[in-house]
Design a protein around this ligand. Structure first.
Ligand code: ATP
Ligand code: MG
Length: 597
C-alpha cells in the first residue's frame, strides 16, 4: 500500500486566493479544525473566508476541476489575473513529489516535468470520484448514505468502475444485435447462394446435348469421309481411265504404220512413174509398129524398108509391146493393189486418228475431272479439318456453367462459414451479454461484503457496537435485467427491525458508511492517504450531534493515525481538536494559518 501525505500547498489566483504564501499542512495525526474569518465582509463571519477554497484548490490541482466540478475559467480569481497556479507537495512512501497545475490552458508538471492527467492519476492512485469519496468529503457534496437508492448504485459504479461491466454488457448486447443483423444478412446471402447453386446444378446437364452434338458431328465427318472416299475412288477411276486412254492412245499411235503407208505411197508413185514410162515406151513402140505397118519406105531417106528387117522389127516391136503391155498390166495391177493398200492404210490412219482424238478427249476429260475432284477433295479436307477442330458448344457451355457452379459453391461455402462464425459469435455475445452482468453482480457482491466489513469497523469505531449496516444491491431478474441501486439496511443490536433512527444515530451511520466506502476505495486502489477532509459535516446536526460526530472523527484520527481536517464555519465548542487553523480573507485575498493547538 502506498502511503500518501500532504506536505504543503501554494495557491495563486484560485477563487479568493491571490498570491498566498505556501501553507504547510503536514503534521502529526489528530483532528484539525479549520475555521474562517472573512475580514472583507465582516457580517459573514467565517463564511466566504476561503476554507473550502483551500481544498478545492487541491482538488483542482489534482484533477483540473473543483469539488463541485467547476472548470479552470470559472475558478480564476477575479482580481488576480489570468492564471491559476496551485502547487501541492506530497510525500509518497517517504519520497517528496511536487504537483504543479497552471491554467488556463491547463498544464501539469510533476516534479517540474510536464505530464498528462493519466500519469498524475496513476501517481495519486485515485480518480476524482474516488478521491471525493475517500479523502475529501466536500462541502454540500452528499455522503454515500444521503444519496437516493439509484444514485448510490451509480456512485458505486463510478467509484469502483463497475459501470464498465454494464457498458460491456450493453456493448455485448449492441454487438449481439449487430451480429444478429449480420447473421440474418449472411443467412439471406447463403439462401441466395443455395438457390444459385441449385439452379446451376440443374442447368449443368449437358451430357445428352453434348452426345447429340458429338454424334451429329460424327455423322458430318463420316459423310465427308464417305465423300472423300467416293472422290478418291472417282479420282483413281479417272486416273485409271486416263492411264488406259493414254495407253490406248500410245498403242494406237504405235499401231498406225505410217512408214509402211509412206513406203506404199512411194512404191505406188514409183510404180506410177514406171507405168507412165512403160506407157510411153508402149506408145513409142506402138507408134513404130504402126509406122512399120503403114510405111514401106523410110520417111527420112526414102528408101524402101527391108521387108525382112521390117518383119523382124515389127515382130520385135510387137513382142516388146506385148511384153510392155504385160508389164504395164502387171504394173497397173500392182498399182491398184498398192492403191487399195494405201487407201486401206489411210482409212486405218483416219480411224486411228479419230480413235486417238477420242482417247485424247477421254484423257483431257479425265484430267479435268481429276482436277475438279481434287478441288472438291481439298474442300472436303478443309471441311474435315474444320470439323475436327470444332469444339462441342455444349462442352463450352458446360465448362461455363461448371465454372459458375464452382464459384457459386465456393461462395456458398464462404457464406455458410461466415454464417456459422456469426452464429458462434452471436452465441458467445449472448453468453457475455448476461455474463458481464453476472461478473458485475459477482463483483458487486464481493465489494458489498467488503464494504459491510469496512463499515462495521467504522461503525464500531463510531460507537455503533453490534449495529449491522448492510447493503442490498440490485439483483438480476429472470430476463437478466438489473434493478439498479443500493439500499442501506440498518439494524441495532436490540432489534432486527429497521426503525426511525435519531439524527445522532443516523449521523454515525452516515459517517460509518462514508468511512467504510472510503476505506474500501483506498484498499482497492492500494493507497493510504494520511489526511482526510470533512467540509461542513455538521450541517443540520444538533449540538449533541456535532459533538458525537467530532468525537467519532477524533477517535478515527487517532486509530488510523491520520490528520483529519474538519472545516466548519461555526466556532468550535468541541475540545478534542489537536490543531486550530484559520482561513482569513482580507482585501489581499485568503491566507491560511495555524492559530493554535
Ligand atoms: N473566481 C473567484 N474570484 C474571487 N473570489 C471568488 C471566486 N469564486 C469564489 N470566490 C469567493 O471565494 C470565497 C471563498 O469561498 P469558500 O467556498 O472557500 O468559502 P468558505 O470559507 O468555505 O465559506 P462557507 O463557510 O460559506 O463555506 C467566497 O467569498 C467566494 O465568493
Ligand atoms: Mg465552505
Amino acid at each position: 500500500m502506498r502511503k500518501i501525505s500532504l506536505k504543503q500547498v501554494t495557491i495563486n489566483g484560485f477563487k479568493s486566493f491571490r498570491d498566498a504564501p505556501p501553507v504547510v499542512l503536514s503534521g502529526g495525526s489528530g483532528l484539525c479544525f479549520l475555521g474562517g474569518d472573512n475580514q472583507v465582509d465582516k457580517r459573514l463571519g467565517a463564511n466566504g473566508a476561503g476554507k473550502s477554497a483551500l481544498w478545492d484548490a487541491i482538488c483542482w490541482c489534482f484533477f483540473g476541476v473543483s469539488v463541485r466540478g467547476k472548470k479552470t475559467a470559472a475558478l480564476l480569481n477575479e482580481q488576480h489575473g489570468k492564471k491559476i497556479e496551485v502547487e501541492v507537495e506530497l510525500d509518497i512512501d517517504g519520497e517528496g513529489f511536487s504537483v504543479l497545475r497552471q491554467g488556463p490552458p491547463d498544464r501539469i508538471a510533476l516534479d517540474g516535468e510536464i505530464v498528462d492527467e493519466g500519469k498524475l492519476v496513476a501517481l495519486l492512485g485515485l480518480t476524482r470520484a474516488r478521491f471525493l469519496q475517500s479523502v475529501l468529503f466536500g462541502q454540500a457534496v452528499p455522503l454515500f448514505y444521503d444519496l437516493s437508492i439509484p444514485e448510490r448504485g451509480e456512485l458505486l459504479d463510478e467509484v469502483l468502475d463497475l459501470g464498465l461491466w454494464l457498458q460491456l454488457a450493453d456493448l455485448a448486447g449492441a454487438r449481439t444485435r449487430n451480429v444478429e443483423q449480420l447473421r440474418q444478412e449472411a443467412q439471406r446471402t447463403t439462401a441466395n447462394h443455395v438457390g444459385r447453386v441449385t439452379t446451376l446444378r440443374e442447368q449443368n446437364d449437358f451430357e445428352a446435348q453434348k452426345a447429340e452434338w458429338a454424334s451429329a458431328q460424327e455423322r458430318k465427318i463420316e459423310e465427308c469421309l464417305d465423300e472423300v472416299m467416293e472422290i478418291e475412288k472417282e479420282i483413281s477411276e479417272c486416273k485409271a481411265q486416263r492411264r488406259d486412254a493414254k495407253k490406248r492412245l500410245a498403242a494406237f499411235k504405235d499401231s498406225v504404220d505410217g512408214k509402211r503407208l509412206h513406203d506404199l505411197k512411194k512404191a505406188k508413185a514409183r510404180l506410177d512413174v514406171e507405168s507412165g514410162e512403160l506407157l510411153q515406151s508402149i506408145r513409142a513402140d506402138y507408134e513404130q509398129l504402126t509406122f512399120f505397118q503403114k510405111h514401106l519406105t523410110c520417111p527420112t531417106c526414102k528408101q524402101r524398108i527391108n521387108s525382112v528387117l521390117k518383119e523382124r522389127k515389127m515382130q520385135l516391136l510387137t513382142e516388146r509391146v506385148e511384153q510392155l503391155n504385160a508389164e504395164s498390166q502387171q504394173n497397173a495391177h500392182k498399182s491398184i493393189q498398192l492403191l487399195k493398200e494405201v487407201n486401206q492404210l489411210e482409212n486405218d490412219v483416219t480411224k486411228h486418228q479419230r480413235k486417238c482424238q477420242h482417247y485424247e478427249q477421254i484423257v483431257e476429260q479425265a484430267t479435268t475431272d481429276i482436277r475438279r475432284h481434287m478441288r472438291r477433295f481439298d474442300a472436303l479436307e478443309d471441311t474435315l479439318n474444320a470439323l475436327s477442330k470444332e469444339v462441342n458448344p455444349y462442352a463450352r457451355q458446360q465448362q461455363r456453367v461448371e465454372k459458375a457452379l464452382h464459384e457459386a459453391e465456393q461462395e456458398l461455402e464462404k457464406a455458410q462459414e461466415q454464417e456459422a462464425q456469426l452464429t458462434a459469435r452471436q452465441a458467445v455475445l449472448e453468453y457475455w451479454k448476461q455474463g458481464f452482468k453476472r461478473v458485475r453482480l459477482f463483483l458487486v457482491k464481493r465489494i458489498l461484503l467488503q464494504l459491510e466489513i469496512e463499515t462495521a469497523n467504522a461503525a464500531n469505531m463510531l460507537g455503533l457496537v453490534g449495529w449491522k449496516i448492510s447493503y442490498v444491491t440490485e439483483v438480476a431478474n429472470k430476463s437478466g435485467t438489473m434493478k439498479p441501486g443500493m439500499q442501506i439496511l440498518v439494524t441495532a443490536p436490540d432489534t432486527a427491525q429497521a426503525r426511525e433512527w435519531s439524527p445522532g444515530e443516523l449521523q454515525r451511520v452516515r459517517i460509518a458508511s462514508a468511512i467504510g466506502l472510503a476505506s474500501m476505495i483506498q484498499r482497492m486502489a492500494g493507497v493510504i492517504y494520511n489526511f482526510e477532509v470533512w467540509d461542513e459535516p455538521s450541517n443540520w446536526l444538533s449540538t449533541e450531534g456535532i459533538e458525537d460526530l467530532l468525537e467519532c472523527l477524533r477517535t478515527r484520527a487517532s486509530a488510523m493515525q491520520r490528520r483529519i481536517w474538519v472545516v466548519d464555519h461555526r466556532a468550535p465548542i468541541f475540545t478534542g481538536f489537536s490543531e486550530y487553523w484559520r482561513a482569513t480573507k482580507t482585501k489581499h485575498g485568503t491566507t491560511i494559518s495555524r492559530i493554535g493547538t
